[in-house]
Design a protein around this ligand. Structure first.
Ligand code: ADP
Ligand code: MG
Length: 234
């Protein structure tokens, strides 16, 4: 069996201290293999976003282990961690809002700016990804002057501009009507099928979860069911 992209072993995470301490993750283990699509499902407050933040190296577990491509995440230097986050990971998070007064193109090329890519190449790559998502004609629009579905496509364009290996999506269709949500889902799954981009999706939506190769149900910080041991075909 190949080395998992993410190998999570008994991770815990608590918020707060003393009487207000809350155990958001109480020992969660899972594997994610390159090329898979994985759904993390569960009720609000069950720890889904916390788990996704750990996988995406946006936060550290209190205990347990996280291996990325076989290497312990806590042994990676900050340079390597930043490179993974900026170049290998794309984020489609509801709370990662677009900058309202910047143009669509400026929003999309922000990760390239952070990665130090020059202005001409930023523009070319930003426009290429906007073309792919049929948003090229909106490049100069303020990000606020867009429909919900267009905004979410801009967020996906921004996630794609670095040519990531993994896309983390937290409730990617949560604010969208059914038809627009399905269009956004189709974009994500075509990236998975056609380009082999690994998808890690947090969702309430059972239909969206069913489209993924593997579904993990998390309840009160514990994994209720895990299909990851059988979903290792990739
Ligand atoms: P989900 O994404 O499944 O709704 P979260 O992972 O966001 O759940 O949160 C799990 C629990 O941890 C919730 O009870 C939430 O209130 C709590 N929590 C999340 N983030 C914080 C934080 N920064 N500080 C304190 N509590 C938090
Ligand atoms: Mg959440």
């Amino acid at each position: 069996m190949s080395v998992p992209l993410f190998d999570v072993r008994g991770v815990t995470k608590s918020y707060g201290f003393g009487a207000s301490k809350f155990d958001a993750l109480k020992g969660v283990s899972l594997n994610v293999f390159a090329g898979q699509s994985l759904a993390i499902v569960g009720k609000s407050g069950s720890g889904k976003s916390t788990l996704m933040h750990l996988l995406a190296l946006l936060d550290d577990p209190d205990s347990g282990e996280l291996l990325v491509n076989g290497s312990p995440a806590n042994k990676l230097g900050s340079k390597q961690t930043n490179r993974l986050r900026n170049e290998d990971f794309g984020f489609v998070f509801q709370q990662f809002f677009l900058t309202p007064n910047a143009s669509v193109l400026e929003n999309v090329i922000l990760p390239l700016k952070i990665a130090g890519v020059g202005a001409n190449e930023r523009r070319a790559r930003g426009m290429a990804v906007l073309e792919q998502l049929e948003l090229a004609d909106k490049a100069g629009n303020r990000a606020t002057n867009l429909s919900g579905g267009q905004k979410q496509r801009v967020v996906i364009a921004r996630a794609l501009v670095n040519n990531p290996k993994v896309i983390f999506a937290d409730e990617p269709t949560g604010n969208l009507d059914t038809v627009t949500g399905l269009l956004v889902e189709d974009i994500l799954f075509s990236l998975n099928k056609d380009r082999g981009i690994t998808l890690v999706i947090v969702t309430h939506d059972e239909d969206l979860a069913d489209r993924c190769d593997v579904q993990l149900l998390i309840r009160d910080g514990l994994m209720e069911s895990s299909a990851s041991s059988t979903g290792a075909a990739a």
